[in-house]
Design a protein around this ligand. Structure first.
Ligand SMILES: [Zn+2]
Length: 164
């Protein structure tokens, strides 16, 4: 069984014909930095990062042109480089599920209480449940697969507001 690290996988992906075509499509479509309008040092950004959402790597609505300066300011810039040369990831964890789970906060603080992350399978419903739950705050999700439930939690963390 061959182990593939995240860095190897991304390097491989970026050398594919499909990626090169996707990149040039985005450059031709946007033509300039979509945030500031600059035409200097243009780069193609994955809106949902490639490391965390490999399946969206070639989606045209997941790409945008940014100048180097705006690109560096995005919150996912270099999200992956922190993991460079770290341990290899087992191919069974396709879509870097492990990477995603490791990226989730282990605890979040709500109303001064530390709420831990939980992930479990409920056989009666044949569903995966994951998230953080405390009193009125429910940052959890129920899905058919681990991957889906972890993706849902990422979205919830991104868009949730703590109720007053
Ligand atoms: Zn810019």
């Amino acid at each position: 069984m061959k182990l593939i690290s995240v860095s190897e996988r991304l390097k491989e992906f970026r050398s594919t014909k499909e990626y090169v075509e996707w990149r040039s499509f985005i450059l031709k479509r946007d033509k300039k930095c979509v945030l500031c309008g600059s035409k200097e040092k243009l780069e193609v950004d994955h809106i949902k990062s490639l490391a965390l959402y490999p399946r969206l790597g070639l989606k045209k609505n997941n790409g945008r042109v940014l100048c180097h300066i705006c690109h560096k300011k995005t919150d996912t810039y270099g999200v992956f480089s922190r993991f460079k040369d770290s341990s290899s990831i087992h191919p069974v964890l396709a879509g870097d599920l492990l990477f995603k789970i490791q990226s989730l906060p282990q605890t979040i603080e709500i109303y001064g209480k530390e709420i831990g992350f939980s992930l479990r399978y409920i056989p009666e419903f044949k569903k995966w449940v994951a998230g953080y739950k405390f009193a009125k705050v429910n940052l959890s999700a129920k899905e058919n697969t681990i991957e889906e439930v972890v993706d849902s939690i990422f979205d919830k963390l991104r868009y949730s507001q703590i109720p007053r």
